[in-house]
Design a protein around this ligand. Structure first.
Ligand code: HEC
Ligand code: HEC
Ligand code: HEC
Ligand code: HEC
Length: 396
């Protein structure tokens, strides 16, 4: 079908071309048409030479004469799919994709200009590893084992919380099998001072967001050991716990990664935590409301009951390493992210600037940049995964 359209196109334009520009020009045009059959036969084939001239005036200061960008925040255009470039230019021009630089750059560009620019840039060569500084190209990419890395980063926590997140110190919570999202929230709450505790504030002060994510994934996947204790009445505690089940799960085993499991938690810690909500030292409207009417004895009964409950196995999912992620990305972006011929609207990402890849993935993740495929793909990604993916593809 494509070939037939292309030959029809050549037949239709042949006489005009012969008349206008003579034989050699016609041969050039007809080879081009065979190589990339025009999708809409009504339009003339794109003219990369015109694109080159326009690019030198309007694009080169940021994207380089040949599509090799002049600074990491500007994406390379060399070797990018032409269809994708046209799509991107239209999106900037209409404001659907936001970028002040590109809004200016696309002002007044016609569809033909865009196709010419796209044809030119798509034909330029992108060197292997072009997304990385020259000194860093060609080095083998080292994947990480997220859990091993999280364990390593949690070394300083083990003294109190236990190496596997099962603390043996009364008053210190076990972290094993807490939801990963809850662990992240709680750690940030100490770091930002929303949850007041001098020891914990000091412990987490130096952790980066990536460290916090990795440590949380590690603890969330550890098996929690029961810590039965407390001096309350667990039978009365069980009756009272009916008011907690909707959020904290059956027997205190939460299924929501943002709500902490209470099953098998240290009773002394549970008393401190509930009291902190009651006194307003720990702020959380929902929880403050849930426990405000409880008497001191009821709090102890609840703590004793939950500490005796059998903890459920961890429900968190192991975060994927780069090799596992790349397998999925390549289904749309092709081997080494070099693009798929079958799907020219999917951009090439291999060899793209590392800083730009990070920015693009974050933009999808935060839904600033709209695309249903990429929003879905980037939603579960952690910051460290985004950085490693960018590093990986930039080096291809
Ligand atoms: C002042 C600097 C600047 C100039 C000049 C400029 N661009 Fe850009 N361009 C950018 C920046 C910054 C981005 C990334 C914006 C974003 O994050 O979406 C970009 C992105 C793009 C993209 C999207 C690439 C991708 O991988 O999604 C295309 C295509 C593009 N530019 C083409 C052009 C063309 C064609 C011209 C000339 C007509 C041009 N640009 C001129 C700065 C510039
Ligand atoms: C010196 C002992 C100590 C060390 C070391 C320590 N913690 Fe803690 N941690 C505590 C205590 C005590 C609490 C309870 C504080 C409170 O009542 O808010 C706590 C609470 C927590 C909580 C809240 C748990 C929950 O169920 O809400 C998290 C998360 C946490 N720590 C993470 C860490 C991480 C990560 C590290 C290592 C970087 C660490 N802690 C190191 C003593 C420690
Ligand atoms: C509407 C949902 C909801 C209900 C009902 C609820 N909780 Fe909570 N609970 C939460 C959430 C969410 C948090 C985490 C709050 C935070 O980040 O401080 C929490 C935290 C806690 C904590 C702190 C755990 C830790 O590891 O630090 C304790 C203890 C607790 N709840 C006990 C109870 C008890 C006991 C009841 C029943 C009387 C109850 N909750 C009812 C949602 C609820
Ligand atoms: C189901 C197909 C599909 C999968 C799987 C997929 N992508 Fe994409 N990706 C797309 C499409 C389509 C676009 C272009 C969207 C647009 O126009 O904004 C895109 C755009 C991108 C961009 C922006 C490129 C640029 O030049 O601005 C990056 C970066 C990216 N994808 C990375 C990834 C990574 C990393 C993965 C794996 C975690 C992945 N993609 C998985 C389809 C996919």
């Amino acid at each position: 079908m494509r070939i037939r359209l292309a030959s029809l196109f050549i037949l239709a334009t042949l006489p005009t071309l012969l008349l206008l520009s003579g034989c050699s020009r016609q041969q050039e045009e007809s080879t081009k048409a065979q190589q990339s059959p025009a999708e809409q036969p009504a339009e003339p084939p794109a003219d990369p030479q015109a694109g080159k001239a326009l690019a030198a005036q309007r694009c080169a200061s940021c994207h380089g004469e040949e599509g090799l960008s002049t600074a990491p925040q500007y994406p390379h255009l060399a070797g990018q799919s032409a269809d994708y470039i046209v799509k991107a230019l239209k999106a900037y021009q209409s404001g659907e994709r936001q970028s002040p630089e590109m809004k200016t750059a696309t002002e007044g560009l016609s569809e033909t200009d865009m196709r010419n620019l796209a044809a030119y840039f798509s034909q330029q060569q992108l060197p292997v590893g072009a997304g990385l500084p020259e000194a860093e190209r060609g080095q083998p990419f080292e994947d990480v084992d997220p859990l091993a890395l999280g364990q390593q980063k949690s070394a300083a926590c083990g003294g109190c919380h236990g190496a596997d997140g099962n603390s043996a110190i009364p008053g210190t919570p076990s972290l094993a099998a807490l939801g990963d999202e809850y662990l992240v929230l709680a750690t940030h709450a100490y770091k930002g001072g929303m949850r007041e505790n001098d020891v914990m504030k000091g412990m987490v002060a130096a952790l980066s967001d990536d460290d916090i994510d990795l440590i949380a994934s590690y603890y969330a996947l550890q098996v929690r050991k029961p810590r039965p204790g407390g001096d309350g009445d667990k039978v009365i505690g069980e009756q009272l716990s009916a008011a907690c089940t909707s959020c904290h799960g059956e027997h205190g085993n939460s299924k929501d990664p943002k709500t902490p499991s209470l099953a098998g938690q240290d009773a002394q810690y549970l008393v401190v935590a509930i009291t902190a909500y009651q006194q307003g030292k720990r702020k959380h409207e929902v929880m403050q409301g849930a426990v405000k009417e409880l008497s001191e004895a009821e709090v102890r009964n609840l703590a004793t009951y939950f500490s005796h409950m059998e903890p459920a196995p961890p429900t968190a999912r192991k975060p994927m390493n780069v090799s596992e992620l790349v397998e999925r990305c390549n289904r749309c972006h092709g081997e080494d992210g070099r693009g798929l011929e079958a799907n020219p609207a999917f951009p090439r990402i291999g060899g793209q600037s590392e800083a730009y890849l990070v920015k693009a993935l974050n933009a999808y993740h935060s839904e600033v940049r709209k695309n249903r495929f990429m929003e879905a793909m980037s939603a579960p990604l952690k910051g460290w995964q985004i950085k490693l993916l960018a590093r990986y593809y930039a080096g291809k």
